[in-house]
Design a protein around this ligand. Structure first.
Ligand code: ZN
Length: 288
């Protein structure tokens, strides 16, 4: 599943290739890809056609394109979605769900999604800090790269959660965009076990944790995003390769890059958590 760095790579691609262009033709090839559009594919096509794309933005893992109409295109890649810029004459690829053609010609935007957990919709917007954002995602917390992300407020709210630190990192109403892979990598860097109670975290430790989250995600951005899910391809059609640089995620029984202890895998919220048992000891009551 694409995580925040991959989605940011896609956003940058959209910024470069679709902003400022006028939509001339839209085709929906699978109704499931527009299931978030209450009035259906016809409504999606009608509200997008003729619109000019003003910007390419992101809130957590949601991408959105404000239009000159005051509405916005909302897109989520789901498990396997790809947004590809493709010359118009290229034959439709397997699992092509939506085509968006532009008045100025090539390239067109294609939404390809094998499992169809992702999709697109046209939504009305509300103003958030003076900028339009689709109504349905306005409640999602900002991510740690957002210039308006508030570290002090995050620390305050985190300490009041009374939950395990990884569970809190995955809570999109507290901090967005941190998925399972980057949570594990950041916790390893910060030497914190995933079950560490948030109320025991001091402000300096929370500062270290946020720095770790940002480091891990910055490294992923430089590398073009992970490709744990091989279906993921960025907007230019190139797979990311950050997975080579992962320290613990997906590396059960391999040596911890810091101390050499074998990496441990635990079941966690229907997924997995990877830790170094030596660098990230499990918290014991009363002893951190
Ligand atoms: Zn270690």
């Amino acid at each position: 599943m694409p995580e925040l760095p991959e989605v940011e790579v896609v956003r940058r691609g959209l910024e470069r290739f679709v902003v400022g262009r006028e939509v001339a033709a839209v085709a929906v090839l699978h109704p499931r890809a527009v299931r978030r559009q209450p009035a259906g594919a016809g409504d999606f096509i009608a509200r997008l056609t003729g619109g000019r794309i003003e910007a390419a933005r992101r809130r957590g893992k949601y991408l959105y394109l404000p239009l000159d109409s005051g509405e916005a295109v909302l897109a989520h890649l789901g498990m396997s979605g790809q947004l590809l810029m493709v010359p118009t004459e290229v034959d439709p690829q397997p699992h092509l769900r939506i085509r968006v053609g532009f008045a100025d010609g090539d390239p067109e935007l294609r939404f390809v999604d094998q499992r169809t957990f992702g999709g697109m919709a046209i939504e009305s917007t509300v103003l958030d800090a003076g900028e339009p954002i689709p109504v349905s995602i306005a409640h999602i917390a900002r991510d740690p790269f957002d210039p308006r992300f508030d570290d002090t407020e995050f620390a305050r709210r985190l300490r009041h959660r009374h939950t395990g630190v990884k569970r809190a990192l995955l809570d999109q109403s507290l901090i967005s965009g941190v998925g399972n892979i980057y949570a594990d990598e950041a916790l390893w860097r910060a030497r914190l076990h995933y079950a560490r109670p948030t109320e025991t975290l001091t402000r300096p430790v929370i500062g270290r944790l946020l720095a770790s989250v940002r480091e891990v995600m910055s490294a992923a951005l430089v590398d073009g995003g992970t490709s744990i899910d091989r279906l993921y391809v960025n907007v230019n059609g190139e797979s990311g390769y950050f997975d080579r640089a992962l320290a613990v995620y997906g590396r059960q029984d391999e040596p911890c890059p810091r101390c050499g202890a074998p990496v441990r895998r635990d079941a966690f919220m229907n997924r997995s958590s990877y830790t170094c048992p030596s660098c990230q000891p499990r918290p014991r009551r009363g002893r951190w």
